[in-house]
Design a protein around this ligand. Structure first.
Ligand code: B16
Ligand code: MG
Length: 210
């Protein structure tokens, strides 16, 4: 029996990818490194430092670890400024209804996002109260496609992983869900998420009440 549903954040609950893009773009422009929306797709679900390294690959300068930390911090400050523009209207269609329907059915709800800003995003979207647990991305040693963040989320809910499902829009996330022993719902298609057990084009399609 289903006991818990674990949500990815970006691409599932809201589209923060555009705000990440704007913040990275400003940094890349300053550094004179080419960066566009297509390349930004590679950063989805990838943590902050790994994202920075992917961007710096396209430049010819070498940076020390301290320099890279400063660049990552600078991007994050800009990203957090941009998060102030986020409102409940930025929730993807059907998400609030789905969260409420799950709660009504006694199913526990957790967030399993690689973002260290996840709690802030949920606050801005006005859905913090609808989550029983938010996994701490900062405490995770192994990123998706490792299972760690999904296992932490299930543990935080107190629900056995085999009684949880995960919802993801990125293939690395789908692999992580499977490694955690859970069924994976993919927001996407057979082409974009070949390993997902079920596909929907939007969270609205998951609403049991619709
Ligand atoms: P932060 P998700 C991920 O969120 C984003 O997809 C990814 O682009 C971002 O770099 C990562 O969070 C880290 O975010 O800099 O806020 O810690 O899809 O796992 O919800
Ligand atoms: Mg995502």
């Amino acid at each position: 029996v289903l006991g818990g549903v674990l949500f990815d954040l970006d691409g599932v609950i809201t589209d923060t990818a555009e705000l990440h893009y704007q913040a990275w773009k400003e940094l890349a422009d300053e550094l004179g490194i080419p960066f566009d929306r297509e390349y930004n797709e590679k950063l989805k679900g990838v943590d902050r430092m790994a994202s920075l390294k992917l961007i710096l690959q396209n430049g010819d300068r070498k940076f020390s670890l301290e320099d890279m930390q400063r660049l990552a911090d600078r991007k994050n400050e800009r990203y957090r400024e941009l998060l102030l523009t986020l409102t409940p209207e930025a929730l993807l269609p059907g998400v609030r209804k789905l969260l409420k329907a799950l709660r009504r059915d006694g199913i526990r709800i957790a967030l399993a996002s690689a973002s260290r800003n996840a709690a802030t995003v949920l606050d801005r979207l006005g859905v913090t109260d609808l989550f029983d647990f938010v996994a701490d991305a900062g405490a995770v040693a192994l990123q998706k496609p490792d299972a760690e963040i999904f296992l932490n989320a299930a543990e935080g809910l107190g629900v056995h992983p085999l009684r949880c499902i995960g919802i993801e829009d990125a293939e690395a996330g789908v692999v992580a869900i499977h490694r955690a022993g859970m069924q994976a719902v993919g927001i996407g298609t057979e082409e974009t998420l070949p390993d997902a057990d079920h596909h929907v084009s939007s969270p609205a399609e998951l609403n049991p009440a619709l």
